[in-house]
Design a protein around this ligand. Structure first.
Ligand SMILES: C[S@@+](CC[C@H](N)C(=O)[O-])C[C@H]1O[C@@H](n2cnc3c(N)ncnc32)[C@H](O)[C@@H]1O
Length: 273
């Protein structure tokens, strides 16, 4: 086993795509643009691309023709990514997508040879310290900018507040850091660990907040997120289950009525070698 083998459904990725797009830190794109070669086709490797939402967001913000090589270990998600390629680049140039069935923790620098940019989104918190170390070495060997977006960093705020919120959030964070057959997952510690590792190699690292802000317009996403959050908290701490039943009914009713505001903190990281 490499990363804990949880399959991510394309319905979940569809549901979160607009909130992800709104959350991603736009000013990092400007910094990426400044580092891109002045001519020639951009070659962008998106690691653990899922259904390809990073490309659909970023490709139209970058100038010039682009080849997106989308890597994932899930062939069904790769099929969705190939069927829904990004729109044209800023300025109208062509964007081409190639998919590759890959375990991104096993890629070698040769697999990414010629990359002008490496991206990953909603990935870092799912991997272990050893896997992060391999990823950092890989990126350092390729020596191009790396944009790592939407990693969970641990903060969750619900409004209106409830006395159980804090205890559930703590159980969720502990679940995110759980031990797996492949090692302990980084969970909310991933961004700090990645920044430290890249800086140790001499890279510049820029970190920006990229929180989800879910209100009445995102009632379905808030309800789905809440269900997953509570399942994870109860899986970690089984004695929460009794109290969580009534909490879940209350919160889901609020979410479906558009009366629940949820902020889920994430961070985006740009690494400039
Ligand atoms: C939370 S999803 C994020 C998908 C996409 N980047 C996005 O932002 O919508 C995590 C993705 O990582 C992929 N994944 C996890 N571990 C992987 C590995 N070791 N190799 C390749 N893909 C992996 C999963 O299949 C899934 O598509």
């Amino acid at each position: 086993m490499t990363v804990e083998q949880i399959r991510v459904g394309s319905e979940w990725l569809d549901l979160r795509e607009p909130a992800d797009a709104a959350a991603r830190a736009r000013d990092l794109v400007e910094q990426v643009r400044q580092r891109l070669p002045a001519s020639g086709r951009l070659v962008i490797h998106d690691l653990a691309c899922g259904s390809g939402s990073m490309g659909r967001w970023l490709a139209p913000l970058l100038p010039g023709s682009q080849l997106w090589v989308m890597h994932d270990r899930d062939p069904d998600l790769l099929e969705v990514a190939a069927a829904n390629p990004p729109g044209p680049a800023a300025g109208g140039a062509h964007v081409v997508v190639e998919t590759q069935l890959s375990d991104i923790t096993r890629l070698s620098p040769d697999d990414l040879a010629g990359a002008t940019l490496i991206t990953a989104s909603a990935l870092l918190d799912l991997i272990t310290g050893d896997q992060l170390a391999r990823l950092v070495d890989l990126c350092a060997a390729v020596a191009c900018p790396v944009l790592l977006t939407l990693s969970v960093i641990g903060g969750v705020t619900l409004a209106p507040a409830d006395p159980l919120d804090r205890c559930l959030a703590a159980a969720f964070d502990a679940h995110q850091r759980r031990a797996t057959a492949g090692g302990r997952l980084l969970g909310p510690d991933a961004v700090a660990a990645a920044a430290e590792s890249f800086r140790r190699l001499g890279a510049d690292v820029v970190i920006r907040p990229s929180p989800w802000r879910l209100g009445g317009d995102h009632a379905d996403l808030a309800a789905e997120w809440l269900t997953g959050w509570l399942d994870a908290a109860c899986e970690w701490q089984a004695d929460l289950a009794a109290a969580v039943d009534a909490y879940a009914r209350r919160r889901l009713a609020q979410a479906r009525a558009g009366q629940l505001a949820v902020t889920v903190d994430h961070a985006d990281v740009l690494v400039l070698p």
